[in-house]
Design a protein around this ligand. Structure first.
Ligand code: URA
Length: 197
């Protein structure tokens, strides 16, 4: 169609947006990824989970959170009656796997951010759960660590946002389970429309 790769036109549907993500060349991760991982879910789902970046399993399958961390994330969601696909849209700050699962770099995050912003604008979730420090710091525009941020409801534009730890971090450190449970209850109360947020 003669459009620039990665499309700079604002996409009007999630499908068109995800096609742009799959074709994206805006940063060097495009050269090492197997495939981009736009996200799963549809317009209008009440909850959006935002993670860090695809890992090896996601890079192979083209879907977010399908490895061990993802299975654990599904348990968190089930604990408050939520299911991916049915209630939850899942995506990441960075849509392509960083080599060897290194941290995403600031230039990669800013190159990819318009995709996340567009997903939020199209899906219009009633609440956002960020997992890990990259998602929280990116959407809240802060350098504050996740331990200090969590436990409260913020807003991204008008949408209540609950930050918590990354499931991979909790798998490594079981003492984080309790604060995560508190954050999940906070998310649940936001969804029930009870004050907090
Ligand atoms: N970790 C993430 O942050 N995102 C994924 O999709 C998988 C693992």
């Amino acid at each position: 169609e003669g459009k620039p790769t990665g499309g700079d036109d604002p996409a009007r549907t999630l499908g068109a947006l995800h096609e742009q993500v799959r074709a994206c060349n805006r940063c060097d991760l495009a050269r090492t990824r197997r495939q981009a991982v736009p996200g799963t879910g549809r317009v209008g789902l009440p909850v959006m989970v935002v993670g860090e970046a695809p890992g090896a399993d996601e890079d192979v399958k083209g879907e977010p959170f399908v490895g061990r961390a993802g299975q654990y994330l599904d348990k968190w969601l089930a604990a408050i009656g939520l299911q991916r696909g049915r209630d939850v849209f899942i995506t990441n700050v960075v849509k392509c796997r960083p080599p060897g699962n290194r941290d995403p770099r600031p230039d990669e995050i800013s190159a990819c951010l318009p995709f996340l912003e567009a997903q939020i604008a199209l899906v219009r979730p009633r609440a956002i759960l960020t997992v890990g420090r990259f998602a929280a710091s990116t959407l809240l525009g802060t350098q504050e660590g996740i331990s200090r941020l969590r436990g409260r409801v913020y807003r991204y534009r008008d949408i209540p946002l609950v930050p918590t730890y990354h499931p991979s971090a909790v798998l490594r450190d079981p003492s984080l389970r309790r604060p995560v449970w508190e954050d999940l209850k906070l998310l649940s109360s936001v969804l029930r429309g009870e004050g907090a947020g």
